[in-house]
Design a binder for this molecule. Structure first.
Ligand code: KDG
Ligand code: MG
Length: 402
């Protein structure tokens, strides 16, 4: 059996997506997601010029060998572009293998460890009252877990405050828009938000918060400590993780559970955080971290330290990644939670899928493969539009972590 061809498909049904379709000489095809928010065409060029020509003629059943070929064989390892390209190939090959086996993908991973996957949604508002109402809407929809972000008085567009009631799409402009930040104000406002939420909703709903890499280690420790009475499910990306040792400071000072990893590409990014038990949840994704083949290795390492998974699931990951993630989540023994930021109706139509939401959980389907396809005719109606993530500046003009 051979790979007979492959191509990239770029479309923008509400936001940009890059999709890889791999064909085989036996007529079975596979679909992978290669979207890198705000840098989409970088991955298209990498796939078109440097990956697809090598794939043609390879045996699609040799998923591991293809992975090693693309990772080791490139010499230039790691990084968001390379690892997303590898992830797209990996997703498509698992899709092909599962279709050939006539089984849903989770069966090939070892079968289900759970019937359904708990997800969390994104509640945000311009202020605490608006965010609190947004949390109420998610609870009404059946969600058991909600991430809450609030605007900060006097700060332009603090992280997580966007348009749309059920989703938040940050890559929204043909040139990066400029948002603001003020750590001192956030350190007062965020604990007030969770105090308000616990007073209104009690402790039965899981609450999460994303610091989006904005605090220094000491500030992150202060935030974690201040949030302890409100028993968060997790505090995410409380400080930047390029220097994993920074988390020693945070860990030493707070018991608030910590989650990190949506920007990680490989197991090497997560190694220190996992082996020193500096985090509680690893957020690496199928798309970000080299596909199912590599994410499985990260999850297995994490399982040795009782660290659980919490796959990134924002709308910049297409329904193809969500489909793969749900098969992975259904299998992985150390599952924690799955992020679920709803896609727009247009995105859902372009990517027909068999997973469904029920009572605060997602359930993957039984279709052979990962259960997600792309309607290329419909996709062609939504051409690519350049869209950047914002940048962040402090009041004095200093560029900060978005
Ligand atoms: O493209 C960037 C988004 O995926 C990111 O800002 C979302 O932090 C995020 C999250 O936790 O979903
Ligand atoms: Mg995040």
């Amino acid at each position: 059996m051979k790979i007979s061809g492959a191509r990239t498909i770029v479309c923008s049904p509400g936001r940009n997506f890059v999709t890889l379709r791999i064909e085989t000489d036996e007529g079975v095809h596979g679909i992978g997601d290669a979207t890198l928010n705000g840098r989409e065409l970088g991955v298209v060029a990498y796939l078109d010029e440097h990956v697809i020509p090598c794939l043609v003629g390879m045996d699609p059943r040799r998923i591991e060998d293809v992975w090693q070929y693309l990772y080791r064989g490139a010499y230039w390892r790691r990084g968001p572009v390379t690892m997303r390209a590898i992830a797209a190939v990996d997703m498509a090959l698992w899709d092909i293998k599962a279709k050939m086996a006539g089984m849903p993908l989770y069966q090939l991973l070892g079968g289900k460890s759970r019937e359904r996957v708990m997800v969390y949604g994104h509640a945000n508002g311009a202020d605490i009252a608006e965010t609190s109402d947004a949390v109420a809407r998610y609870i009404d929809l059946g969600y058991k877990a909600v991430r809450a972000q609030t605007g900060i008085p006097g700060v332009k567009d603090a992280y997580g405050v966007g348009r749309g009631a059920l989703y938040y799409e940050p890559a929204d402009a043909a040139l990066p828009s400029v948002t603001g930040w003020d750590t001192a104000k956030a350190l007062g406002e965020v604990p007030r938000l969770f105090e308000t939420l616990r007073a209104r909703f009690g402790f039965d709903v899981h609450l999460l918060h994303d610091g989006h890499h904005r605090y220094t280690p000491n500030e992150a420790a202060q935030l974690g400590k201040a949030l302890e009475p409100f028993r968060l499910f997790w505090l995410e990306d409380c400080t930047a993780a390029e220097n994993p040792e920074a988390f020693r400071t945070v860990r030493r000072h707070t018991t608030t559970p910590l989650a990190v990893g949506e920007v990680f590409n490989t197991i090497w990014d997560a190694q220190t955080l996992i082996q020193e038990q500096l985090i509680d949840y690893i957020r690496a994704t199928v798309l970000g971290a080299g596909g199912i083949t590599h994410l499985r290795r990260i999850a297995d390492l994490a399982s040795l330290y009782q660290i659980r998974t919490g796959c990134h699931g924002a709308t910049d990951l297409s329904p193809v990644t969500m489909g793969c993630a749900l098969h992975f989540d259904s299998w992985v023994p150390n599952f924690g939670i799955q992020e679920y930021m709803r896609h727009s109706e247009a995105s859902d139509e372009v990517f027909p899928h068999d997973y469904r939401f029920e009572d605060g959980h997602l359930i993957c389907g039984e279709t052979p493969g990962h259960g997600v396809e792309i309607d290329e005719k419909l996709a062609a109606r939504y051409p690519y539009r350049r869209a950047f993530l914002p940048v962040t500046r402090l009041a004095d003009g200093t560029l900060w972590n978005w």
